[in-house]
Design a protein around this ligand. Structure first.
Ligand SMILES: C[S@@+](CC[C@H](N)C(=O)[O-])C[C@H]1O[C@@H](n2cnc3c(N)ncnc32)[C@H](O)[C@@H]1O
Length: 205
């Protein structure tokens, strides 16, 4: 799918019903599920406007956001400038499908509803593995397998209709992660249909 959709959606993203609440809910699930010290170097991949990082910021250390959409990165940059995101937050143009991982390390990599937009998920998970410090974690929230109706309104959606949890767990293990867990997280309501969302966490040993 082209970035145009997200470029256009960026300016009103945070006002869309449920988005900010869902981001706070995810931050809560991550802080409850993983024992954080408050010093973690956080990378949010496919961060959009950085809503999840905003909610996680009080619980972690330095924040880096990565997204392929120029519009999303612009809004995220404005939030750094206005203080909605912590001073010093970096905003990267990074696509781990087409580029290798930068030579940096993070203690926590979070991806919220981005992997279903990625074609080569194993390539991105292998990028995450390179970026995670041994002992660090990934936390991935995404859709369970659905019938394609979640993106029925997008004419050029060419990603995944959600994921089979066992397949995602296998991919995480094959990428080199341990302690893989995939659990119920929430549901997203669209056109009166509830779409289940899981939260997968794993550790690089
Ligand atoms: C559904 S939005 C989710 C945004 C944010 N994570 C949230 O939960 O509010 C998916 C985001 O992933 C980004 N994206 C799509 N493909 C990507 C890729 N290959 N690498 C990095 N970001 C990508 C999009 O630009 C978009 O901002």
């Amino acid at each position: 799918m082209a970035d145009d959709h997200f470029d256009a959606a960026a300016t009103t993203w945070d006002q869309e019903p449920g988005k900010a609440a869902q981001a706070r809910h995810l931050a809560e699930a991550i802080t409850t599920g993983l024992t954080l010290t408050g010093h973690e170097r956080l990378l949010e991949y496919g961060a959009g406007t950085g809503l999840v990082s905003q909610a996680l910021a009080p619980h972690v250390g330095p924040v880096t956001l990565a997204d392929t959409s120029e519009g999303m990165r612009r809004v995220a940059g404005e939030k750094v400038a206005s203080g909605l995101l912590p001073a010093g937050t970096r905003v990267w143009d990074l696509d781990l499908e087409s580029s290798s991982a930068p030579d940096e390390r993070f203690d926590l990599v979070v991806a919220s509803l981005v992997l279903h937009h990625v074609h080569d998920v194993p390539a991105v998970l292998s990028g995450f593995r390179s970026l995670v410090e041994p002992g660090g974690h990934v936390a991935i929230a995404d859709l369970d397998t659905e019938d394609g109706s979640f993106h029925a309104h997008l004419h050029d959606f060419d990603g995944h209709p959600g994921f089979d949890r066992r397949q995602l767990a296998r991919w995480l293990e094959e990428a080199g992660f341990d302690d893989v867990s995939v659990a119920d997280f929430t549901t997203i309501e669209k056109d009166r249909t509830p779409f289940p969302v899981f939260l997968a966490t794993a550790r690089r040993t």
